[in-house]
Design a protein around this ligand. Structure first.
Ligand code: AP5
Ligand code: ZN
Length: 215
């Protein structure tokens, strides 16, 4: 299966990805996680991406498209994958289509901006694995804290309230047009399912809604 998870920053893409990748036994391809790993490793790509990410802006399409193409050509993607945070612009979506990648479902997680701001302030991340928690809505369990790396949970730089506002603006300008882009594709092509779920429900209710819609 090949899935795209679409939604505003903090809508719960990473949270639902953890569960969907287990359920379908496919890798999660989070462009945000890949960029953060590149920044941490101090690569050329990381250096180029850092300024954009810290400012809540997008990294260029060229860099992102190249990075994803390379990733999906790897062996573990042969049976499918879940794209989290990609595509995020119309040119990125066009690149998916032009590469002949046949997506089975686009899953939109819908959450209003007011709720997003609350979520971001409480988010904590485990950087090596990409696992995401929330101080109130999804606190880490004992077994999560004591994992193989022992690395602490941290707050992301771009979760500061002023950056969150910019990220939401960028989402509405550049990513939200993908909602009509993919509903149009789905209307013409029955092989692609467009699923919209209410992301304000509790985490397990969002999971169930996705699974139910995929049946
Ligand atoms: P990226 O890492 O993709 O960030 P994002 O899209 O802004 O999304 P987030 O990771 O912030 O949120 P999420 O939807 O995964 O929510 P989560 O599950 O963590 O990208 C970061 C940056 O990289 C971008 O700003 C850009 O600069 C660059 N970039 C990445 N991809 C790019 C691309 N394709 N093109 C160009 N640039 C790119 O949940 C959030 C919080 O809410 C958590 O604390 C969680 O526990 C909690 N939560 C989740 N679900 C629920 C629920 N149902 N109820 C209550 N709480 C919940
Ligand atoms: Zn994420």
């Amino acid at each position: 299966m090949k899935f795209i998870l679409l939604g505003a920053p903090g809508a719960g893409k990473g949270t639902q990805a953890q569960f969907l990748t287990k359920q379908f036994n496919i890798p999660q391809i989070s462009t945000g996680d890949m960029l953060r790993a590149a920044i941490k490793a101090g690569t050329e790509l990381g250096k180029q991406a850092k300024a954009a990410i810290d400012a809540g802006q997008l990294v260029t399409d060229e860099i992102i498209i190249g990075m994803v193409k390379e990733r999906i050509a790897q062996e573990d993607c042969a049976n499918g994958f879940l794209l989290d945070g990609f595509p995020r612009t119309v040119p990125q979506a066009d690149a998916v289509a032009e590469a002949g990648v046949e997506i089975d479902a686009v899953i939109e997680i819908d959450v209003p901006d007011e709720e997003i701001v609350k979520r971001m302030s409480g988010r904590r991340c485990h950087m090596p694995s990409g696992r995401t928690y929330h101080t109130v809505y999804n606190p880490p369990k004992e077994e999560d804290k004591d994992d193989e790396t022992g690395e602490d949970l941290i707050q992301r730089e771009d979760d500061k309230p002023e950056v969150v506002k910019d990220r939401l603006d960028v989402y509405h300008e550049q990513t939200a047009p993908l909602i009509s882009y993919y509903t149009d594709v789905a209307a013409k092509n029955p092989a692609l399912k467009y699923i919209k779920v209410d992301g304000t429900q509790p985490i397990d209710a969002v999971e169930s809604a996705i699974i139910e819609s995929l049946k």
